[in-house]
Design a binder for this molecule. Sequence first.
Ligand code: MG
Length: 179
Amino acid sequence: MIILIDMDDVMADTSERFYSVLRARYPDNPEFKVDRTHFHIKDEYTPESLNLVEAVLYSPEFQLAIPPVPRSLESVTEINNRGHHVIFCSTPHEVYETCVAQKYKWLEAKLGRTYARKLILTDDKTLIFGDRLIDDKPEIKGLITPSWEHVLFIRNYNCHVQGKRRMDWSNWREVLVEL
Ligand SMILES: [Mg+2]
């Protein structure tokens, strides 16, 4: 099978890094004391806080220092070793200059160059062929009806989503039984 795997908050623990930087830098900002409840950060913060958030997210140092989501690296290696094709499928944020090369470098640092070359960057994941897409985004839309089944990667901001299989790296073997 072709297994498409999102990067931010599925492979890379972007939220973990995001909050650790923001809380260290702005310890008194009440908006950063609790984890976000929306997938899109623009829906979460006041314009003043959003400026601070974007300065962190779009800084060149941000991406490479993101820790992996616990058990993500071992799980991906196991999926690959079971004979499936792992393809990373990620949408760069709009300030792409500070994240495109860094996404490749992050994968190379964590999993090696062979895995880094399996990265597809796209704004529309429906255009990418696959059997499963593991992604934390609640709803994934695009130009065409996707070939893949969206398996939701559990995060606190997507708990409300119904009608999809849900997994994280602790239970993926039970959820993706067909693998
Ligand atoms: Mg994501």
